[in-house]
Design a binder for this molecule. Structure first.
Ligand code: XMP
Length: 319
């Protein structure tokens, strides 16, 4: 780990400090199914066992079949106490008419907390909220030394007033270190190797206003890309790969007739800690076949492009 930290001593000292801080209180964990919140949940579970209640909020911005996968992995395989809250309508209504990326992030960040506060009361007056916040989330949301890049939903997106006290055991770690801690805690590879997925989910990949129609187009296109990456074995070569719906329509031709339809941007990057990223050198023939499948299977799309921007100057996500 960085700064000469040793994984086992990190786990031991965090375990002790979590136990000291919460005593016999019950604690809620905001589980997204991603690497960070899974490792945070496992670390706190290691410290306080069944005093931990995990809550997964389905905000409606998850990828195809993802909610069922999370339920199966965490509730069934890892035997953590898990509540799934279906909150799709609520998030979509709040985003109605909102197109500014920072406003979208703040609305989603605040609403997450409101749902967790409600669940904390339902589950029996829980006082603490575990989040899988990691160092880049804090840095990019802006600190006294670092200018703001974007408000990560779990840092800059938090409301000023909230009833839950935060526990963020991974706040000083980078993703590669988080994966090391997860491996030492025995988290299965299938979870640790999951691509990072932003808390606001597809809402920040559906540029501008978010609607259920746009989400459905994006979800279908993204599923094709993920499936092809897995099938070709290229999934292991990228840090993150996903589809973006920029909301641009362009002229095309199908069966000799004009079309005027949506564009999908494919983005795939390599990285070590998400602070910088390179463009994944996926074979052009592979990208072309993904594009062909998307256009054939998603009727609202007639054009597919590949993003060739490293970070910086681009960020990994488009919003
Ligand atoms: P950017 O787009 O800032 O992303 O280059 C860096 C990494 O962070 C993920 N990301 C987020 N993760 N909440 C999160 O938990 C967020 O609000 C958020 N925004 C971006 C992104 O997917 C990439 O891995």
């Amino acid at each position: 780990m960085r700064d000469g930290k040793d994984v086992q001593s990190f786990i031991t000292s965090e375990t002790e400090s979590i136990r000291r801080r919460v005593g016999t209180a019950r604690v809620l964990c905001a589980l997204s199914g991603g690497v960070d919140s899974s490792v945070a949940a496992a670390l706190v579970h290691h410290a306080i066992g069944d005093q931990l209640e995990c809550v997964f909020v389905n905000h409606g911005f998850m990828r195809l079949n993802e909610v069922d996968q999370v339920r199966a992995l965490f509730g069934d395989s890892l035997k953590m106490r898990l509540t799934v809250v279906e909150a799709e309508d609520r998030f979509l209504q709040l985003l109605d008419g909102v197109s500014d990326p920072e406003k979208k992030r703040k609305i989603i960040g605040e609403e997450f907390i409101r749902v967790f506060e409600e669940e904390a009361i339902k589950l029996g007056d829980l006082e603490y909220l575990v989040q899988g916040t990691i160092a880049p989330d804090v840095i990019e949301s802006g600190t006294s030394q670092d200018p703001m890049v974007k408000t990560h939903h779990n840092v800059g997106g938090l409301p000023e007033e909230m009833n839950l006290q935060l526990i963020e055991p991974l706040r000083d770690l980078y993703k590669d270190e988080v994966r090391e801690v997860g491996a030492a805690l025995g988290i299965p590879r299938i979870i640790l190797q999951r691509q990072p997925f932003p808390g606001p989910g597809l809402a920040v990949r559906c540029l501008g206003e978010v609607t259920s129609t746009k989400l459905s187009i994006l979800r279908q296109a993204d599923a094709v890309f993920q499936e092809e990456l897995q099938r070709s074995g290229l999934a292991n070569e990228v840090w993150q790969a996903f589809a973006v719906l920029p909301g641009i329509r362009s002229t095309g031709v199908t069966n000799g007739a004009r079309t005027f339809a949506q564009t999908i941007i494919l983005r795939a990057v390599t990285s070590i800690d998400a602070m910088e990223a390179g463009v994944a050198q996926l074979p052009l023939s592979f990208l072309e076949s993904v594009g062909r499948r998307i256009v054939a299977e998603v009727p609202e799309v007639n054009r597919v492009a590949y993003d060739i921007t490293p970070k910086p100057p681009g960020t990994i996500e488009w919003e």
